[in-house]
Design a protein around this ligand. Structure first.
Ligand code: ZN
Length: 91
């Protein structure tokens, strides 16, 4: 009597064992082991990450613009403070 190589269950006389990658398995295991139907990859799948890439770049650019704006304001404020300090020292 044959046994299923996967679950070890005895394959019944009337039940015909199935071959799965050089292994004799019961029909239950064969269905479980068989990979799900492969669907052809749609071109939409490769389009989506590209949009995300663009969005990521847009975020990076926006962040950089804000960062440079902030740095610019910071340095101009520092210059104003130095100017005021200089003015106060003169008095
Ligand atoms: Zn089995």
């Amino acid at each position: 009597m044959a046994e299923c190589d996967n679950c070890g269950r005895t394959i019944g006389k009337l039940e015909s064992g199935r071959e799965w990658r050089d292994h004799l398995v019961c029909s239950d295991c064969f269905n479980r082991l068989s990979p799900p139907r492969q669907y052809p990859t749609t071109p939409q799948k490769s389009e989506t990450p590209r949009i995300f890439k663009w969005a990521a770049w847009l975020i990076v650019i926006v962040v950089l613009v804000f960062l440079f704006d902030y740095i610019g304001h910071y340095y101009s404020r520092q210059a104003d403070l130095q100017e005021e300090e200089f003015r106060l020292n003169q008095h």
